[in-house]
Write a protein that binds this ligand. Structure first.
Ligand code: URP
Ligand code: ZN
Ligand code: ZN
Length: 467
């Protein structure tokens, strides 16, 4: 079976070109000069005239069915990966969880059981370490051999996922030996918990206090501390997740300027949404946007600095941190006490569009769009060149993107299992057209042609950014 994506402009991390993409079975076999491809008679042609052809998006940070705050994230691997496909994301890297006190391998087995047979697009796992001890450190070595080459630790959430500095250092030392990446939730959770208790005692119970009690300074402090700990662990590779504060970005930039193996991602919510306009919405409405790290103040320069960081590569990747909870019965758990609102925002369906809007707005080049949503996630997390690039031999994960189309984001039209949209009413000046996953058309003109169970588990290698 051969398929030709014809007449489009192919975008890669290093440039754009008019080229036709020849697919055979699951793989890209050639990029052809349009003048030459007329001599080819494929089984199927996809007309991409006037459109961009980009590698399928890779969302390197999702939490399908994550147990959190007495409930669980509302997207299953079925509903979440289907929504991802609609939005042009053809690979997710989800976080398997070792709960505190649990054997790491048991946590991983539970995640495989949730995902297997349910995914619409390809998937891989990072591992959350909920407890660092001799056993879990040994498990890290084993998991690297099984294609799980990145481990998330938390400086936040004392009593839940939290690791102290000694535990973090030990995990970093192990990662330095086995080549894995340490991913860090960098917020000073001990200090935050004091601020939370003080706010509640003053009767400050509404959603905005979630943001106020998690100040940017405590993200910056934790980010600097993580970078220092990684230095002590002989420059252990470190990746800061969901970075939202200018000061934290400055710490990352300094480390990178010094040649350190320090990387970071941000998420669309920190580029577009704010503490005042969303978390501060009237009544309990702000609960929709309770996530950690929190949305930042529009009166400071965070969002502007994050876009700049994306241009300069101090921020390497845009992931979603997709962790949806419905308002009904889930976010509502925190009525009268913001600290009980489950933390998370859903957005796996909209990342490709939202970052494309950054291109329209003059924030990013087309090449940088593709790099931050597809190519760099593949390289960072050991999936390149199978994923993240349009090149002979790579999986035929392709998105035909229409720059003349329009997308209006709404709960009425999205496919995530959420009873609201964090981006309700936002208009994107572009539209996902056709989506191919390993050569199969799974979305065409807003219609779904994929199926549950077709997504495959991906064993990952080590990061391409490390020697
Ligand atoms: O609020 C968030 N980010 N929820 C998901 C868990 C995490 O810390 O990434
Ligand atoms: Zn986190
Ligand atoms: Zn997360």
């Amino acid at each position: 079976m051969t398929l030709l994506v014809k007449g489009g402009t192919v975008i890669g991390p290093t440039g754009t070109q008019r080229a036709d993409v020849l697919v055979q079975g699951e793989k890209i076999v050639a990029l052809l000069d349009p003048a030459f491809s007329g001599t080819i008679t494929p089984d199927e042609i996809i007309d991409a005239a006037g459109k961009y052809v980009i590698p399928g998006g890779i969302d390197a940070h999702t939490h399908m069915e994550l147990p959190f705050g007495g409930t669980a994230a509302s997207d299953t691997f079925d509903t979440g990966t289907r929504a991802a496909a609609y939005g042009g994301t053809t690979t997710i890297i989800d976080f398997a969880v070792q709960k505190t006190g649990e054997v790491v391998q048991d946590g991983l087995a539970a995640w495989h059981a949730k995902a297997e047979g349910n995914c619409h697009v390809d998937y891989a796992f990072h591992m959350i370490l909920g407890g660092v001890d001799d056993e879990s450190l040994k498990a890290m070595d084993q998991l690297v051999g099984e294609g799980i080459t990145s481990f998330k630790l938390f400086m936040a959430y004392p009593g839940v996922f939290y690791s102290d500095d000694g535990q973090i250092l030990r995990a970093m030392q192990t990662a330095r030996e086995n080549g894995a990446m340490i991913m860090m939730h960098a917020e000073n959770g001990i200090a935050i918990d004091v601020l939370v208790q003080q706010a509640l005692a003053r009767g400050e119970t509404g959603p905005i206090h979630h943001g106020i009690t998690r100040p940017a300074a405590l993200e910056t402090e934790a980010t600097s501390r993580a970078i220092a700990l990684a230095e002590v662990a002989r420059d252990c590779p470190l990746y800061i997740v969901h970075l939202s504060a200018s000061g934290a970005l400055e710490s990352v930039a300094q480390a990178r300027d010094a040649g350190r193996n320090v990387f970071a991602e941000t998420c669309p919510q920190y580029l577009y949404l704010t503490l005042e306009d969303q978390l501060g919405a009237p009544g309990f409405e702000g609960a929709k946007w309770v996530c950690s790290t929190p949305l930042r103040s529009k009166h400071e320069s965070h969002a502007k600095d994050l876009w700049k960081g994306l241009r300069s590569n101090d921020l390497a990747i845009v992931s979603t941190d997709h962790c949806p909870f419905c308002m009904k019965d889930q976010k509502e758990l925190g009525l009268g006490d913001f600290s009980k609102i489950p933390n998370g925002i859903g957005g796996v369906e909209h990342r490709v569009d939202l970052i494309y809007q950054g291109v329209v707005d003059g924030q990013l080049s087309l090449e940088r769009w593709v790099e931050t949503i597809a190519t760099t996630p593949a390289r960072m997390f050991g999936l390149y060149p199978q994923k993240g690039i349009i090149a002979p031999g790579s999986d035929a994960d392709l998105v035909v993107y229409d720059p003349n189309g329009r997308t209006r984001i709404s709960v009425d039209t999205h496919h995530m299992n959420m009873d609201y949209s964090a981006y309700e009413g936002v208009e994107i000046q572009g539209r996902v057209g056709t989506v191919l996953s390993r050569g199969e058309v799974i979305v065409a003109d807003g219609n779904y042609h994929g199926r549950k169970g077709r997504g495959r588990y991906l064993r990952r290698g080590l990061s391409s950014y490390l020697v």
